[in-house]
Design a protein around this ligand. Structure first.
Ligand SMILES: *[C@@H]1O[C@H](CO)[C@@H](O)[C@H](O)[C@H]1NC(C)=O
Ligand SMILES: *[C@@H]1O[C@H](CO)[C@@H](O)[C@H](O)[C@H]1NC(C)=O
Length: 223
């Protein structure tokens, strides 16, 4: 083999190796489908166990959970619907989640959070939504999205969504490239974990007083 060909082949091999983790978030399926058997609670694996394929029907591939408007009568003014492996069994092993968010026109808010296992693309269909994320260098990226606009939250970065249209409830859909993206809300993770993170640790983390830590813990129902 010519030296230049070998160099090219090794370059391709290195690229393929380094790029592979970015190509998909979840492992590739090795079956046409693996509709989850949610009744099996005793088997723990990376994904969910499959139903017997002979018992799978068209109905397994249909999800009706996003019909109508979500109930946003709660302190955050949002209704979040998840079509993920655990709620829509056909998504098991497919590396996909779809999330519907209704935002009350009184400022529906999805507080800062991360999805450790997925990138997210958000599409606003009604109203207006302020979105933002912070990268690992501390740079803040943000935009106001109107009906028809898309935005990307790169995998694992802290981000939020805030409904801005005060006369109309906003609506967005997000697609994530994992059947189980994971959701960690920053404030509850730190101030309402079980058991609680020691007050001294939170004081030092945020340069605040013990009383302030206690007040925030109380606000989030922490210990
Ligand atoms: C919406 O949720 C609130 C709070 O949980 C509840 O009181 C209310 O009955 C719900 N409204 C509807 C239409 O389900
Ligand atoms: C609020 O949303 C409605 C419906 O999408 C739109 O007609 C209206 O122009 C929006 N108002 C503002 C201030 O963005």
């Amino acid at each position: 083999m010519e030296r230049s060909t070998m160099l090219l082949l090794s370059a391709i091999a290195i690229l393929a190796f380094t790029a592979a983790p970015a190509l998909s978030a979840d492992a590739d399926p090795i079956l046409d489908f693996c509709v989850a058997d949610l009744t099996n609670k005793n088997l723990f694996l990376n994904g969910l166990p499959c139903k017997n394929p002979a018992t799978v029907t068209s109905a397994d591939f249909k999800f009706e959970g996003f019909r109508g408007m979500g109930n946003t009568s709660n302190p955050l003014g949002i209704a979040i619907g998840f079509a993920a492996g655990a709620t829509f069994p056909a998504l098991n092993t497919q590396g996909l989640t779809l999330v519907k968010i209704d935002y009350a026109n009184t400022g529906g808010f999805v507080p800062p959070h991360v999805h450790p296992r997925a990138s997210e693309i958000i599409l606003v269909l009604e109203g207006a939504v302020l979105v933002g994320f912070v990268d690992t260098s501390g740079n803040y990226f943000s935009a106001t999205l109107y009906a028809g606009d898309l935005f990307v939250f790169p995998r694992g970065l802290v981000h939020f969504q805030l409904g801005l249209n005060s006369s109309y409830p906003s609506l967005s859909f997000s697609s994530l490239n994992s059947q189980n993206p994971g959701l960690s809300l920053i404030a509850p993770a730190l101030f309402a974990s079980t058991p609680g993170i020691p007050t001294m640790v939170l004081q030092k983390s945020f340069a605040i007083t013990e009383a302030q830590v206690k007040a925030i813990k109380m606000a989030f129902g922490g210990h």
